[in-house]
Design a protein around this ligand. Structure first.
Ligand code: PLP
Length: 372
């Protein structure tokens, strides 16, 4: 590749170009149909996503953060969670996971991560649990399945609700079961950059619990259980028809896209050779990995990032400052020492990895990293 090369971290235009002209056609159909919310596209997407994830209920909603909030609020309405209950949550996650918890009045208890999975393990969860803990949010971070039978058994023995944050892991599995169907309820994000990305904000709740499903559906629709009857002080957290239509075009290709991601990740894992880099662990079956992000750690992160930028390679930080160090959580989470999470945030660098990245582009990235 020439030195004028520019490889963006993520090329959404190229990613979505692969679904044309179906994407544009589906948007046009919605415009012409004249039903922009709560229509056939949304109901059909719910059925198709349910068949994909394997749950009995899917509620299409406005985004992943709202999906998580709806689950927590739903459990409050059903009397299974109360304000001030403590919820275990990975310290190494996107801030939205914690925002949903505090915005429902509950208390997040951040649990430190392990390497090279970047996820909490059973022992760290056991160290963090307390008498007020009522639920556990498992975040399948960067695409790696965070669930294990041991974690589920332990959560069950303590009577904890097991909630999945599947924002980053659409299509991941544990054994033959999909993420989103591993706990009591799951939140999904279809933010445009995600493995299954819409053309704007969108999300979903999946569950096999009919009571929670009914409650979440009402909550997302102003709290309405039937026309002109409001059982809850709910929200307007619905998915647009145009997003459902776009997701229906892309969902049938998700497994193939994830397969492409796996090929790219395997190549990075095999071919990056540098003494100053710690690579993420491979896929440890039965824990699947859909490689939403490929993050490496290095003490010289800023130098590597600047070097790659000079070579025309854009990288990203997921994330430079953990939630418990954010001003928003200055009082609520002060005093937490989470050394592995802090190390990750100081040293992390995400390399380009998406289904429209070519083998030639990737070879160039690997070559430049190895020369650094
Ligand atoms: C781990 C995690 N949880 C929650 C969210 C929130 O999803 P959304 O942006 O759709 O609200 C995101 C993504 O943005 C995420 O990465």
């Amino acid at each position: 590749m020439k030195s004028s090369t520019y490889i963006p971290f993520l090329d959404l235009k190229a990613i979505n170009q692969r679904y044309e002209p179906q994407l544009s056609r589906s948007a046009l159909e919605v415009v012409q149909e004249g039903q922009y919310l709560e229509g056939a596209q949304t109901r059909q997407f719910e059925q198709e996503f349910g068949a994909f994830v394997g749950t009995q209920h899917v509620l299409a909603v406005s985004n992943g953060t709202n999906a998580l909030e709806l689950i927590l609020r739903g459990y409050r309405e059903l009397g299974l969670l109360q304000p001030t209950d403590e919820i275990l949550v990975p310290a190494n996650t996107f801030i939205a996971t914690l925002l949903a918890i505090v915005n429902q009045g509950m208390v997040p208890v951040p649990v430190d991560a392990e390497l090279p999975t970047f996820l909490p393990d059973l022992r760290s969860l056991q160290r963090s649990v307390g008498g007020k803990t009522k639920a556990l949010v498992l975040v399948h971070l960067y695409g790696r399945t965070a669930y294990s039978e041991a974690i589920a058994d332990w959560a069950k023995s303590r009577g904890l609700l097991l909630i999945e944050d599947n924002a980053q892991a659409a299509g991941s599995r544990w054994g033959n079961k999909k993420t989103g169907n591993l706990g009591h309820a799951a939140a999904h994000s279809f933010y445009p950059t995600k493995n299954l990305g819409a053309l704007g904000d969108a999300g979903a709740v999946t569950t096999n619990d009919p009571e929670l499903a009914g409650c979440v559906r009402a909550l997302a629709h102003y709290g309405s259980t039937e026309k002109h009857r409001y059982a809850y002080t709910g929200f307007n957290f619905r998915m647009d028809e145009i997003q459902a239509a776009a997701l229906r075009v892309k969902l049938p290709h998700l497994d193939r896209d994830n397969q492409n991601r796996a090929v790219l990740a395997a190549r990075y894992l095999e071919q990056i050779r540098h003494p100053d880099l710690l690579l993420p662990g491979p896929e440890y079956r039965p824990f699947h990995h859909t490689w939403h992000l490929f993050t490496v750690l290095t003490k010289k992160r800023d130098s590597l990032r600047a070097f790659l930028a000079e070579q025309g390679i854009e990288t990203a930080l997921h994330y430079p400052r953990p939630p418990h160090r954010q001003p928003a959580f200055a009082s609520l989470l002060q005093g937490y020492r989470l050394p592995v999470t802090e190390k990750i945030h100081q040293q992390t660098l995400s390399l380009p990895l998406h289904p429209a990245l070519s083998a030639e582009q990737q070879e160039y990235i690997i070559d430049r990293i190895n020369r650094w």
